[in-house]
Write a protein of this length. Structure first.
Length: 97
């Protein structure tokens, strides 16, 4: 899986993370599915956490290079993802968390 997210993908992920935070995990799930990259995989895992599908969540965390069993609360995971998205946007197209 590629580590690089395009600026457009990063903006899409920010919108999808906001949708998830607002409680619309269906829209976040539909939107994140076609987006490649580590940050997208992490968001995909968080979406599955929200819906209670821990098996799929663990799979997506693994794809994102994250340790599923060492994750934080859902709110903390979303906050960390949003911070990583902001950082990736600031660093440019060669960055990803």
């Amino acid at each position: 899986m590629t580590a690089v997210q395009t600026p457009d993908e990063l903006r899409q992920l920010q919108v999808l993370a906001a949708q998830l935070q607002a409680g619309d995990w269906h829209a976040a799930h539909d939107g994140v599915q076609p987006i490649p990259g580590l940050l997208a995989a992490w968001l995909h895992g968080i979406v599955h956490l929200q819906e209670g599908d821990l098996e799929d969540a663990e799979n997506w965390y693994e794809r994102a290079g994250k340790r599923f069993r060492q994750r934080e609360s859902l709110a903390q995971e979303l906050a960390q993802l949003q911070a990583a998205l902001v950082q990736a946007m600031a660093e440019g197209p060669a960055a990803d968390a």
